[in-house]
Structure formats: structure tokens, C-alpha cells
Design a protein around this ligand. Structure first.
Ligand code: GUN
Length: 290
């Protein structure tokens, strides 16, 4: 049996069309939805991510306020820029791309962002609201994974979902969202301290992998027919590629022969993250015109 490919590119395109319509409605009321995208330093992967986000914003008829800062920027300078963006009525969302240079405290930086503009859902208040199932933005990658599962009608209620990776951006929030009453999955959160990881992954009806390790999940670790969601984006040196590297996920591609559903890398979860970000930005702008 060959798995069904979950086409994040196609699903995200549909969502982006919906966002474009919503953005046009906001613009008709005199407000242009705007996301400020702050990048500190010149990390090439981060630069490529923010470029994709900015291009997607423009395509959806929204404004992207691109702020590029040298890696020599200090914490006080960055906080002052964030404070200005917080005050700026024309800016509806603020995204500070991580990772930040080592001399800038990421946690403190996130705390400086007005939660009303926290479209990443990284601020402690946003995270608290999410965990308590209160209204507010949902984090983009976890939300994108959920939408993808629902789009392909993967049964979630009652399913055993195993999440590999406990990051604040992906693993922990996806575990929370899946266990919400309205999603109703039973969740196991695995991490680097998990003994006999395969004992857990083999039990998963839904396996979500954000392990930051290329090709980490092998077919023998997966249950036949499981939905396998690969959140990994790894650059692996490969001289046969023009850029000198290829992009691959945390799941070995041969898992596709055993799984029921799988997400490709690239073209699976990545585009969904961007689509959900755009959705949060238009939602932030809608609140301003209501
Ligand atoms: N770095 C990697 N993913 C993300 C993301 O979704 N948001 C931000 N701000 N930084 C990231």
C-alpha cells in the first residue's frame, strides 16, 4: 500500500485565496493588513524563510514591513524597534524571526511584543490563552498541521498521536492542540529523554515529528497505515545541488511506503506555516476595523 501524500502546497494555496478575500474586505474599509517582519543578522535559512513570508503577504494583498538589522544590533536597539512597532497603528502583526544572535535574549524579546500583535503566538500570554483554550492566535506550524490533518480527513478524535520533539514552537503546542476537547486525541510527547522511542512511535495513529534530525524516523518505527507528519526542515550538504545542499525532513522518505498519509519535505508542513501566519495577520487587521 502506498501512502496518500498530504499536499501542503495545494491546501495552503486554498487558504491563501481565502485570506486574500478577507484582506480585500479589510482594505475596502480603509485598513491595509500589515505584518512587520524583523530579521536580525544574515543567517541564510532565516533570510530565505522571511523572504517567503514577505512574498506571500504581498501576494495576499497585504503589506509587509521588512526590517533588516545587522547582527551587531544590541538588545536595547531591538527592543526600541519593537516598542515603535507596538505603537504603530498601521502595523497589525509583529514577527521577530528566530533564532536571534546569541547576545540577544530571545525570551526577553518575545516579552516585548504586544500580545495583540503576536501573530506567532510565542508570547507567554498568547501561549497561556492557547493552553486554556481561550480566544487568540494559534501558533502557525501547529495550527497548519491540524488543518492539514482535517483537510485529509485523518481521524483525530480518539486517535493516539505521538509527537517527537518538545520545542516551544512546534512539539509542545501541537501536543496541547491535539489534546483539546474538540480535537480529542490521546497525546504522547516524546523527546531526547525518551527511552525506547520506537516503542512509542510504533503505537502512533498520528506521528508528528519535529526532531531537528534529518531522516531520523525509519519505516520500522512507524505503524502500518499511520499518518506521518514531518515538520523537519534540514539542510544537508549535497554537491549535486546547485546551492550545495538539499532540504530534507526528519522522516526517511521510505516511510511513505508504510504510512497511510505522509507530508513531503519540501511542500508539506512548510507552506502551511506561512498560510496560517497570513491568516493570523488578516485576523489581527479585522479586529481593527470591527
Ligand atoms: N523560526 C523558525 N520558525 C519560526 C516562526 O514560525 N516564527 C519565527 N518568528 N521564527 C521562526
Amino acid at each position: 500500500m502506498s501512502a496518500i501524500l498530504m499536499d501542503g502546497k495545494m491546501v495552503s494555496q486554498k487558504i491563501r485565496e481565502g485570506v486574500k478575500t478577507r484582506a480585500a474586505a479589510v482594505k475596502a474599509k480603509g485598513v491595509i493588513p500589515c505584518l512587520a517582519v524583523v530579521l536580525v543578522g544574515d543567517d541564510s535559512a532565516s533570510l530565505s524563510y522571511v523572504n517567503s513570508k514577505e512574498k506571500a503577504l504581498t501576494e495576499a494583498g497585504m503589506e509587509s514591513r521588512d526590517i533588516r538589522l545587522p547582527s551587531s544590533t544590541n538588545e536595547a536597539e531591538l527592543f526600541s524597534i519593537v516598542a515603535d512597532l507596538n505603537k504603530d497603528e498601521k502595523v497589525h502583526g509583529i514577527l521577530v524571526q528566530s533564532p536571534l544572535p546569541k547576545h540577544i535574549d530571545e525570551e526577553k524579546t518575545i516579552n516585548e511584543i504586544d500580545p495583540q500583535k503576536d501573530v506567532d503566538c510565542f508570547h507567554p500570554l498568547s501561549v497561556g490563552n492557547m493552553i486554556l483554550c481561550k480566544p487568540g492566535f494559534l501558533p502557525c506550524t501547529p495550527h497548519g498541521v491540524l488543518v492539514l490533518l482535517k483537510e485529509y480527513k485523518v481521524p483525530i478524535s480518539g486517535a493516539h498521536a505521538v509527537v517527537v520533539g518538545r520545542s516551544n514552537i512546534v512539539g509542545r503546542p501541537i501536543a496541547h492542540l491535539l489534546s483539546r476537547r474538540d480535537n480529542n486525541a490521546t497525546v504522547t510527547l516524546c523527546h531526547t529523554g525518551t527511552r525506547s522511542l520506537a516503542d512509542y512511535t510504533k503505537e502512533a495513529d498520528i506521528l508528528i515529528v519535529a526532531a531537528r534530525s534529518p531522516g531520523f524516523i525509519k519505516p520500522e518505527m512507524v505503524k502500518e497505515g499511520a499518518a506521518v507528519i514531518d515538520v523537519g526542515i534540514n539542510r544537508v550538504p549535497d554537491s549535486s545541488f546547485k546551492k550545495g545542499y538539499r532540504v530534507c525532513g526528519d522522516v526517511d522518505p521510505t516511510v511513505a511506503e508504510k504510512a497511510g498519509f505522509y507530508t513531503p519535505v519540501p511542500g508539506g508542513v512548510g507552506p502551511m506555516t506561512i498560510a496560517m501566519l497570513l491568516q493570523n495577520v488578516v485576523e489581527a487587521a479585522e479586529k481593527k476595523v470591527k
